[in-house]
Ligand binder design. Sequence first.
Ligand code: T46
Length: 135
Amino acid sequence: MKVEFVNFDIKGDNRGNLIAIEQLKNIPFEIQRVYYIFNTKEGVRRGFHAHKNLKQMAVCLSGSCKFLLDDGKEKIDEVVLDSSQKGLLIENMVWHEMYDFSVDCILLVLASEYYNENDYIRDYNEFLKECKNDR
Ligand code: T46
């Protein structure tokens, strides 16, 4: 599985930095929803699901966290997100878990669809079955 990062251009000057995020420009989908995860307690692991259709871009605006990514064929245990200049693309049908959140972590997520619980696959065996059906 290819881990796809997008590097955002910094519009920096002597006052500091600015990054602009634009749908279908540096984000490869139309953005319907934005959410962010912060104040995550020590030792917490989140996620444990895949999405049937949703595509997402995760950006760690502050601090750091790690992702586990699994496309049903290959599992990558540790993808580190520790830069506000870098987005991690999470395609649909990728099982993901997030862990090792630093206390100051603010994880911004841009999503291609509105929130829809029916889009979640929360059972790992069901996820593997769906992956096989897709092939
Ligand atoms: C994902 C990873 C990276 C809403 O009401 N609206 C929303 O847009 C979202 C994302 C969540 N919620 C509610 C549903 C739960 O009651 O917020 C609560 C926490 O959501 P969840 O347990 O799904 O959080 P994570 O961290 O396990 O997963 C989230 C996203 O839900 C998911 O799509 O890919 O972050």
